[in-house]
Write a protein that binds this ligand. Structure first.
Ligand code: SF4
Length: 303
């Protein structure tokens, strides 16, 4: 049996919206009192040190604490599509992904379900789960939340999307995004330390900081990269930067001036800026990566 303390006035994320989830009330993130997920399967499109050849055992959780107008997973993030799961069923799913040969368990957007997921990890570990656990997040996390994942998450896969408060308000309804995310990423770096790989080059521990370059916003990408360069000086070799070009105009992107993909010229400028800052030890996606095949179908596979 699980011991999940369901929040009565939820403060699991920086929204601190106070939803009474124990009474079934949904918060800003769409999550209410019953754990929900939309897909659990091997996933091959993360960074090579996460996916490897075998795949990453990925569970896509329902709801999201950000409201990105271009979200490629919008059916589950914005509409909270998914299937209700018990904690024990989630523990079985983790073990099943391990049996399928996954390199890790990859928790996509787990923040709003933290008490349920840690209970499931306890149960799965008691049943033999030994894989590294990846916390795959938009970066918008409280320091308290990062602390609550201590001992559960081995690898943080965190976005740093924006610097401009006006831009993060317009695109993700979070004017405090950069300030919150900077603190969160520092807490992640302190928590898990420098990257550690196994003999096959699969990451076992560490932080990957991702930045998705958006069309028409190269100046803000430069500002994010400047922050990453400063962080690299403070934590030398402390994280793996990952620059992504795969932006595709999903959901309500066009309403917010993002109705096209990034051009080669724009992306080249972002890459050149990263190189000029010495951020060359991570990943830089090829421009040709902007394909919808990166988006899995949320058909409740594996649940
Ligand atoms: S996790 Fe959801 S319910 Fe909890 S504070 Fe954040 S938005 Fe509100």
């Amino acid at each position: 049996m699980s011991n999940v303390i369901v929040p009565r006035a939820c403060t699991l994320c920086p929204r601190r919206c106070g939803a009474n989830r124990a009474a079934g009330q949904a918060g800003f993130c769409g999550a209410a009192g019953s754990l929900k997920a939309a897909r659990a399967a091997l996933h091959f499109w993360e960074e090579p040190c996460i996916s490897g050849k075998e795949g990453s055992g990925t569970v896509f959780f329902s709801g999201c604490t950000l409201k990105c107008c271009y979200c490629q997973n919008y059916p589950i993030s914005a509409d909270c599509f998914g299937k209700e799961l018990s904690v024990s069923r989630l523990a079985e799913i983790f073990l099943d992904l391990q049996r399928q040969g996954a390199n890790n368990i990859n928790l996509v957007t787990p923040g709003q379900w933290q008490p349920w997921i840690t209970a499931a990890l306890d149960e799965a570990r008691a049943g033999g789960l030994h894989l590294p656990i990846v916390g795959n997040t938009g970066g918008y996390e409280t320091e308290e939340s990062i602390a609550a994942w201590q001992g559960y998450i081995d690898i943080w896969l965190a976005d740093w999307k924006y610097i401009s408060p006006a831009l993060s308000q317009e695109l993700s309804a979070a004017p405090d995004y950069a300030a919150v995310t900077e603190k969160a990423i520092r807490a992640m770096l302190r928590q898990v330390g420098r990257p550690v790989y196994d003999a096959r080059g699969i990451l076992q521990r560490g932080v990957i900081v991702r930045h998705l370059a958006l069309p028409g916003h190269t100046e803000d990408s430069f500002a994010v990269l400047d922050k990453l360069a400063a962080l690299e000086k403070e934590f030398p070799g402390g994280f793996i930067p990952s620059l992504m070009s795969q932006y595709t105009p999903f959901y309500r992107a066009a309403e917010h001036g993002l109705g096209r993909r990034i051009t080669r010229y724009e992306y080249r400028k972002v890459i050149d800026h990263a190189i000029s800052l010495g951020l060359v030890h991570g990943y830089m996606q090829e421009k040709s990566s902007a394909r919808e095949e990166y988006t899995p179908s949320f058909d409740l596979t594996g649940l």
